[in-house]
Design a protein around this ligand. Structure first.
Ligand SMILES: *[C@@H]1O[C@H](CO)[C@@H](O)[C@H](O)[C@H]1NC(C)=O
Ligand SMILES: *[C@@H]1O[C@H](CO)[C@@H](O)[C@H](O)[C@H]1NC(C)=O
Ligand SMILES: *[C@@H]1O[C@H](CO)[C@@H](O)[C@H](O)[C@H]1NC(C)=O
Ligand SMILES: *[C@@H]1O[C@H](CO)[C@@H](O)[C@H](O)[C@H]1NC(C)=O
Ligand SMILES: *[C@@H]1O[C@H](CO)[C@@H](O)[C@H](O)[C@H]1NC(C)=O
Ligand SMILES: *[C@@H]1O[C@H](CO)[C@@H](O)[C@H](O)[C@H]1NC(C)=O
Ligand SMILES: *[C@@H]1O[C@H](CO)[C@@H](O)[C@H](O)[C@H]1NC(C)=O
Length: 472
């Protein structure tokens, strides 16, 4: 066994060398990992880079251009993607000298010893409620490209990652269409830019979310790349799908085609599956996360490449989300459990991003899947991430919840059964639960912009009974 594993990498290297010399392929199919830093317990950049290497990642994507991380990546063979933060997009778009300065400080300074290959302008900007920045996006991308040209950094591609809600229709895939508010004013010039500069359409693709929203309509194995007898044939294109991921990617390909750009390459900027979550979050388990991510790596690193039904045989470079579980991310519990690693560096489950470990060689047994069925017990809607919530936003949400139903917050009045403890967080939890219990039938959700989450633990105290509900 030992000998065997020592011989194989050499052999693979030989094949790879042959492959490279004959095809001149510049895009490695090995997968990468997103290095998010929204945790207060994460290892140092130097340690993190060692962990990235241990996952055999080919690329790493940052959500900024953290100089400590860029220095720690120096001299490694890892291809790096840096990001201009959303809030700087107006500045870049308004000023070439601002763009030049940003590129000099954050890219030129580290290049080429840190292999920066992608410069992403903002993150999921077109889902950002600040509509003003949408129209700065493409001008900012053009300026950044110009800056890179000035510094002769021709290897660095410019792009911007999109959530799949840039589409207004994605089913059937051949009906894929960009949202009408952005299609012509933003997406079209962006596609023109990407096409002209031979860059990529960067996509964040999460089959987990559509499946979790409709677990009774979508087959779980189809979402996990392991359906053997479930397929979907698109009646218009006649293409047959064997997994949800391909359906989503092809919807974007058809949408681009509809706008006149059929050839732009796809780059998976994020994909993943949560290994844990809140009690109402179906299907978030170590088992499902391991199966999804291992199968995604297997598919996306296959040689020869598999592609998708609309583009068979095409390489799709990819970056999994994420390196670590990040305890400071807001929103539902799943958001904090997309990591391949715990913050202490231990793997949540074994995974080899090089794609060179066959599925059958992952040795450690996985814990069995736990919550693939909707939760049936009683639930309460309470403040999520207590202690770290934005107090202003929490106070606004509390007063909004109370204003929705007549008298639903009466017990919170001074002297009321639920007045004590007189804290913002307690009052908000009561109000969120009262709101959700009453309005969920009418489509009310337990979200409050990510301030709230469902729990199966009854928060009631003393004489105060907090209203509860059940999932439909
Ligand atoms: C970006 O522009 C805004 C608005 O003009 C300005 O307040 C801010 O200081 C600028 N940011 C930087 C880093 O220059
Ligand atoms: C196709 O997309 C359009 C909007 O882009 C939508 O109105 C229509 O319902 C979609 N067709 C199907 C079959 O879903
Ligand atoms: C996209 O780029 C290709 C290759 O450079 C070019 O042939 C094609 O005309 C471009 N498409 C559009 C719509 O500009
Ligand atoms: C698919 O195959 C599995 C296992 O062989 C079986 O349990 C399941 O009923 C089949 N599903 C369909 C839709 O045929
Ligand atoms: C769709 O594919 C099937 C099987 O390959 C074929 O028989 C059929 O003619 C095709 N239909 C269209 C509309 O292309
Ligand atoms: C790392 O953290 C995980 C999750 O908290 C824990 O289960 C595991 O035991 C820890 N490993 C080490 C070596 O501390
Ligand atoms: C807190 O929430 C308020 C109101 O929603 C918002 O204006 C403010 O920017 C938020 N502060 C932080 C630090 O996110």
């Amino acid at each position: 066994m030992k000998n065997h594993s020592r011989v194989r990498p050499l052999f693979c290297f030989f094949i790879l060398a042959l492959f490279l010399s004959f095809s001149g392929a510049e895009i490695s199919s090995r997968a990468g990992v997103n290095y998010g830093q929204l945790g207060n317990n994460l290892p140092s950049p130097a340690t993190s880079v060692e962990l990235i290497k241990s996952l055999r990642a080919k690329r790493v994507k940052l959500y900024d251009a953290n100089p400590k991380i860029l220095r720690a990546l120096k001299g490694t063979d890892i291809q790096v993607s840096v990001m201009i933060p959303n809030e700087l997009i107006p500045n870049v778009s308004a000023s070439q000298s601002f763009s030049d300065r940003w590129v000099r400080t954050n890219v030129v300074h580290f290049y080429p010893s840190t292999k920066i290959r992608y410069l992403l302008v903002g993150n999921e900007i077109l889902t950002n409620p600040d509509v003003g920045t949408w129209f700065n996006l493409v001008p900012a991308m053009r300026r950044v490209k110009l800056s890179l040209r000035k510094f002769r950094l021709h290897k660095v591609k410019v792009g911007t990652p999109h959530a799949t809600n840039v589409l207004e229709s994605s089913f059937p895939p051949s009906n894929g269409t960009f949202r009408s508010d952005i299609a012509v004013p933003v997406i079209k010039p962006m596609l023109q830019f990407l096409n002209r500069t031979r860059s990529f359409m960067f996509l964040d693709v999460y089959p987990y979310f559509p499946w979790a929203a409709e677990p009774n309509n979508i087959n779980l194995d189809y979402a996990l790349f392991q359906a053997h007898n479930v397929t979907y044939t698109d009646p218009l294109s006649n293409l047959t799908y064997t997994n949800l991921f391909d359906q989503i990617v092809d919807a974007v390909i058809f949408a681009m085609k509809r706008l006149g750009y059929p050839g732009i390459r796809i780059f998976i900027a994020e994909t993943g599956w949560p290994s844990a979550g809140d009690v109402d979050q179906i299907g978030a388990s170590i088992y499902n996360a391991a199966v999804y991510n291992r199968n995604a790596v297997k598919k996306l690193t296959a040689k020869p490449p598999i592609g998708t039904p609309a583009r068979p045989g095409v390489v799709i470079p990819s970056i999994l989300f994420a390196l670590f579980n990040e305890n400071q991310k807001g929103g539902p519990g799943t958001e904090r459990h997309f990591g391949l690693l715990y913050p202490n560096g231990t793997a949540v489950y074994e995974i080899d991003l090089s794609g060179q470990t066959p599925l059958s060689e992952y040795k450690k047994p996985l814990p069995p899947p736990t919550n693939n069925e909707p939760f049936k017990g009683e639930l309460w809607c309470v403040v999520a991430a207590e202690g770290s919530a934005n107090e202003t936003a929490l106070a606004e949400a509390l007063s909004w919840a109370c204003s929705q139903g007549k008298g639903i917050c009466d017990p919170l009045q001074p002297g009321g059964k639920c007045f004590k403890p007189d804290s913002l967080s307690w009052h908000a939890s009561y109000a969120f639960s009262a709101y959700w219990a009453q309005f969920k039938k009418l489509g009310g959700t337990c979200s409050f912009n990510g301030l709230a989450a469902l729990t199966a633990k009854d928060p009631s105290m003393g004489r105060c009974k907090v209203p509860s509900g059940r999932l439909a």
